[in-house]
Design a protein around this ligand. Structure first.
Ligand code: F6P
Length: 324
């Protein structure tokens, strides 16, 4: 084994750099040349690759984003585009590929793994935590803490001005961030993609909570079924006359920032393990975590199935409501 290539793809997530660092350092430890691919699959197609050295990964463990760059490369769905990409890797003698990303990244990786003659290993990096085969994706813990920090700040205004805030968080298809941010920030309610919301119940809840408290935090996952925080306010406003309803969309603030200790450790373990797996002759698999253990799942299964949050937390949230 002489050369292993690596890329980050899809939405960036805090801790991707820690994973890149671990892959590069483990490769160099084994006298393997790490080849960084710029901007995800796009760089693979365009031949944007470079030999990485220790100095490339100095002082990046604490940084957000990805030093390799990322993209969502839709052209990768075409077989001809993938052949160009594979030829580019073959030409420089790459013998293994590690991809860090989410669902879309693994869909590409799973196809590549069948088409390419070289092993492909996936590392889950997305703030959404929606990847099957792992209980934590790299970046989720940091994003959750960023959301909680923002919600705590908004609560100061909510309680001072007796307002009802509908705070929209990321999660197109999965409610992990929303649900756990709601529990951890003491929110009064949460809307997630996995549950059909009952707007009458939401209104009744806001009315009952505000008898004494006169402020509420409602966490809204961007992919919930009413269309997001602004749409939701438009729908409930006629039933909540006299209440000051405010939307806040947290947006990309959730994807950035320095990774938490949890994400740095997870990323370092997964990055190093990915190189070990290639050296063991493994291929077509994704690394995941199960409690404190690292486990593997086939890339095919990881893209077919989805991780869903524990809905018991909705009931937990209800038990935390104050009854006036
Ligand atoms: O998949 C991660 C994620 O942050 C989602 O939560 C969000 O819906 C999406 O990416 C946003 O993607 P983009 O930055 O490409 O608009």
């Amino acid at each position: 084994m002489n050369k292993i290539a690596l890329l980050t793809s899809g939405g960036d997530s805090p801790g991707m750099n820690a994973a890149v660092r671990a892959i590069v350092k483990t490769c160099l430890f084994h006298n393997i040349v790490p080849i960084g691919i710029r901007d995800g699959y796009k760089g693979m197609v365009e031949g944007e690759m470079y030999e990485m050295k220790y100095s490339d990964v100095d002082n990046i463990i604490h940084t957000g984003g990805t030093i390799l760059g990322s993209s969502r490369c839709l052209e990768f769905k075409n077989k001809e585009t993938r052949i160009t990409a594979i030829n580019n890797l073959n030409q420089i003698g790459v013998e293994g590929l590690i991809v860090i990303g989410g669902d879309g990244t693994f869909t590409g990786a799973s196809i590549l793994s069948d088409e390419m003659g070289i092993p492909v290993i996936g590392i889950p990096g997305t703030i959404d935590n929606d990847i099957y085969g792992t209980d934590h994706t790299i970046g989720y813990d940091t994003a959750l803490n960023t959301v909680i920090d923002a919600v705590d700040k908004i609560r100061d205004t909510a309680s001072s001005h007796h307002r009802i805030f509908f705070i929209e968080v990321m999660g197109r298809h999965a409610g992990f961030i929303a649900l756990n941010a709601a529990v951890a920030s003491g929110a009064e309610s949460v809307l997630i993609p996995e549950e059909i919301p009952d707007l009458n119940e939401l209104v009744a809840q806001i009315q009952s909570q505000n008898k004494g408290k006169r402020s509420s935090i409602i966490i809204v996952a961007e992919g919930e079924q009413e269309g997001g925080s602004i749409e939701l306010i438009n729908k409930v406003a006629p039933m909540l006359e006299g209440y000051d309803l405010r939307p806040t969309v947290l947006g990309h603030i959730q994807r950035g920032g320095s990774p938490s200790a949890f994400d740095r450790i997870l990323a370092t373990r997964m990055g190093s393990y990915a190189v070990d797996l290639i050296l063991e002759g493994q291929k077509g698999i994704m690394i995941g975590s199960d409690g404190d253990k690292l486990i593997t799942t086939s890339l095919e299964t990881a893209v077919k199935l989805h991780n869903t949050p524990d809905l018991e937390r909705l009931r937990l949230l209800k038990k935390m409501l104050t009854r006036y």
